[in-house]
Design a protein around this ligand. Structure first.
Ligand code: F6R
Length: 614
């Protein structure tokens, strides 16, 4: 989810690139860098932290004048956010510079190959190998475009790459697979951007590249090929968004944009997590397999939405690993003097990695010598730094205060953790694990289908925009979904909303049901157990008392039809994975209702994106 800019033209490339990076900073902000082609050399500077750090460095040590350049703002995936890991990365002799967005899945193998051939790699990134590979190609005589094509054919994963070659100063070459890339078409100048915000103040004529395409820009023109060098075409269009809309990809809110990014985010969270033999592999798990085999208890800590991800994780982890698993609000954890031993695994879930309550909880766990594993979206943040292991969720920056893609990717990371533990401890056969991984791989497409029906949900928000109270019901893994649906509505629309386990209704909450009260009901998939039927009975009971039932159930589940005032169809998936898709309509509903009520969806009142006080 990094930001990428490329420029070739008549203006000072430094100004164009830095301005483009400023516009893209919302895509990533843990480091920034620039490379300019000057006098057959590459001049580069890159700094950890916000773009302002890079600008200050350039002010102090000016770069040479140049009309060809590339730049990058980073959202770290491989390696900590420091100066060395910041982009651009250079080839062995510094002739080629590359910036990259995405994840190269086979980078470990390519890195080994390069090191065996005598290359010295300086960073921990997956990007640097591409600079070395492309440079090897141009040194061997290929032009930059051919070099890019040759290298891209060897790469697996998702990537946008942009490269310059100091021996070919008036050309910038870029490529894309499963990662965004647009070209800005100017007069006597052309641009590359990860989105149109990068160049919108210079031109509104854009060319969107297709999958597996390479684009070459010079002052005079733009040419597109596929990875084999065959001529290809992008999609040309005129941008009529203003700058603010461009940053949000045309959406009205970052939150809505982030909801629609979820298929991509889930795909990224899954990327590179298993090797060629189908064995799961996670990023920075510095706890040995022997230690993982000795774990006899798991405690998951987190706050708010992250806590709900933990509640879903409990169902999956216990089912797959048979390890007892507790879930606890991070701020309650240490004050109850929890029983922790060397064989306890504490899993801390945090999008920001800076939530003080969660940080204090893991510090307490570390003191008691428990093992700590973080599930986190922010590379280099405090919680993963203080943990023994980390699984990054790779959702990219989440700007809307209410967590959306953060939550769905936390769920994916929790499933991966459960499956990894099952693999290490042998509680599931390899083919059983592979079957769940295949189901997970379908999730982006399922979420896409749910999103395709967004207008129906928006209609529902219009219908209920004057409501004062909404309830959410679920069972099993659907219970945390109900809690998450209620939390989203509270924080965005500021109305009374509560989530309940459906079985609990008869023990009290059913007294809340009155004529016309909207109740969202998350129905588990039909299966061998009785969960589904029990949920249908609960829906009957509340409807008989006047509730207006909005039923989220499998699309061909006819048993719920007689009791549903409104149906929201869900693709059929296993019960444990259903939260990934069932949450999406609830996010859309809250976002739309809050919009209709005139609230600031991205920055709800009284809330902050990361809560760094206890
Ligand atoms: C709700 C929301 C919050 C966060 C919570 C934890 O939409 O975003 O409930 O989930 O504050 O934040 P992180 O995950 O950054 O620790």
């Amino acid at each position: 989810m990094c930001g990428i800019v490329g420029y070739v033209g008549e203006k000072q490339a430094q100004d164009v690139v830095i301005e483009g990076l400023r516009r893209l900073e919302y895509r990533g902000y843990d480091s920034a860098g620039i490379a300019l082609v000057h006098d057959d050399r590459i001049a580069t500077d890159k700094r950890a932290g916000k773009l302002a750090n890079l600008e200050k460095a350039i002010d102090e040590h000016p770069l040479p004048s140049s009309t060809t350049g590339i730049g990058h703002t980073r959202w770290a995936t491989h390696g900590a956010p420091n100066d060395t890991n910041a982009h651009p990365h250079l080839g062995a002799s510094g002739r080629v510079a590359v910036v990259h967005n995405g994840i190269i899945e086979n980078f470990a193998r390519l890195r080994d190959e390069l090191e065996r051939a005598g290359h010295e790699l300086l960073s921990e990134t997956d990007t640097e190998i591409t600079a070395h590979l492309i440079e090897d190609e141009v040194v061997a005589g290929a032009d930059l475009t051919t070099a890019m094509q040759n290298v891209c054919r060897r790469l697996e994963g998702a990537f946008t790459l942009v490269a310059v070659d100091s021996h070919d100063p008036a050309r910038v070459v870029a490529a894309r697979r499963n990662s965004p890339l647009v070209v800005g078409i100017g007069e006597g100048e052309n641009f590359i951007g990860s989105d149109v915000a990068a160049f919108i103040e210079h031109t509104r004529e854009a060319l969107e590249l297709g999958q597996d395409q390479v684009v070459t820009i010079t002052r005079e023109g733009v040419s597109v090929t596929d990875f084999d060098g065959n001529e290809a075409e992008g999609r040309r269009y005129h941008v009529d968004w203003d700058l603010a809309a461009a940053e949000k990809d045309g959406f009205d809110w970052f939150m809505r944009k982030e909801i629609f990014e979820q298929p991509r985010a889930i795909g990224d969270a899954l990327l590179g997590r298993h090797d060629e033999d189908g064995q799961l592999k996670l990023d920075e798990v510095r706890i040995s397999d022997d230690e993982l085999r000795d774990i006899d208890k798991i405690i998951i800590v987190g706050c708010g939405t992250a806590n709900y991800a933990g509640m879903v994780a409990k169902y999956a982890i216990e089912h797959w690993t048979r390890i007892p698993c507790e879930v606890e609000l991070a701020h309650e954890f240490r004050y109850r003097d929890p029983i922790l031993t060397r064989n306890t695994l504490v899993v801390a879930i945090s999008q920001s990695g800076e939530t003080a309550d969660t940080l204090m909880a893991i510090r307490h766990a570390v003191k008691q010598r428990a093992k700590v594993l973080a599930i986190c979206n922010t590379n280099g943040s405090t919680i993963p730094r203080e943990s023994d292991a980390v699984i990054y969720t790779h959702a990219g920056p989440e700007i809307g205060v209410a967590s959306t893609k953060g939550f769905l990717t936390q769920l994916v990371a929790c499933y991966l953790l459960g499956l990894y533990l099952a693999q290490v401890r042998g509680t599931k056969y390899g083919d059983e694990i592979a079957a769940v991984v295949r189901e997970l791989a379908q999730m982006p497409a399922h979420v896409e289908r749910v999103l395709a029906d967004a207008e129906t949900i928006y209609g529902l928000a219009e219908r209920f925009k004057d409501t004062k109270s909404v309830l959410f019901l679920g069972r099993h893994a659907g219970f945390p979904v109900a809690l998450e649906g209620a939390l989203k509505l509270k924080e965005l629309a500021y109305i009374h909303a509560e989530g309940f386990a459906a079985g609990e209704l008869k023990h009290g909450p059913i007294a809340l049901i009155e004529e016309g009260l909207p109740v969202f009901c998350v129905v588990p998939p039909r299966g061998r157990d009785q969960l589904h039927d029990k949920m249908v009975s609960a829906i009957q009971e509340i409807r008989a008392r006047g509730a207006l039932t909005i039923v989220l159930a499998e699309e061909d589940d006819d048993e719920v039809t007689p009791y549903a005032d409104v149906r929201i169809p869900l693709p059929t998936v296993p019960t444990l994975l259903q939260p990934v898709i069932a949450t999406v309509p609830l996010q859309l509903f809250s976002c739309e209702l809050a919009t209709l009520m005139g609230h600031d969806v991205d920055q709800p009142r009284n809330l902050a994106k990361s809560v760094t006080v206890e």
